[in-house]
Design a protein around this ligand. Sequence first.
Ligand code: DC
Length: 212
Amino acid sequence: MIIAIDGPAASGKGTLARNLARHFDLPHLDTGLLYRATARALMEQGRNLADKAAAIAAARGLALTDFDEASLRGREMAEAASIVAAIPEVRAALVELQRAFARRPGGAVLDGRDIGTVICPEACTKIFVTASAEARATRRALELSAQGGRTDYAAVLEEILRRDARDKNRATAPLVPAKDAIVLDTTALDAQAAFKAALAIVQGTRSVAARG
Ligand code: DC
């Protein structure tokens, strides 16, 4: 069983994917970490994020063991990841890694921007998680303040809108719901309510698949 979760920044897709993976006892891959790790490799080499050849080499050199999550999570890394993710060859270099993860026996949960459209078009369940930009900025700002970070709501909202625009408008694998994805709007839902709604979606798609 492959569950594909896509959606924009701070939509709640990561928490939802983790909760679904735990519930179904499936491995989970946060594919944003691949782009973040690619960007970090470039930054560590002192390269410009626009250095295409270096970005492609960094993506090709990645392994799933390269993720020290804490150092990849920051806002700066999110923006940098969105920039390198617009390079088609970087995306191409990361496809097989993601597909191999999805093809594990028993299945997997993957979250990202193009899981239902490009990486796993065969996924039995595709959920496109969304929420208003304001709700997403509020969540992100609360998260940052809980971590003791600087919280400037207006700056967080602006970052989210800029990242949305870049991720939606790139030529390759833009952020867009798959035709057969079910849209889950979490604007008015907390994590638990979003999980309940997602569980109902998964159960619905599984019974449709079982009826064949
Ligand atoms: O999910 P995230 O916030 O960690 O992702 C960071 C950036 O990486 C995001 O703005 C766009 C890019 N990304 C992508 O293009 N495709 C994915 N499957 C996952 C992330």
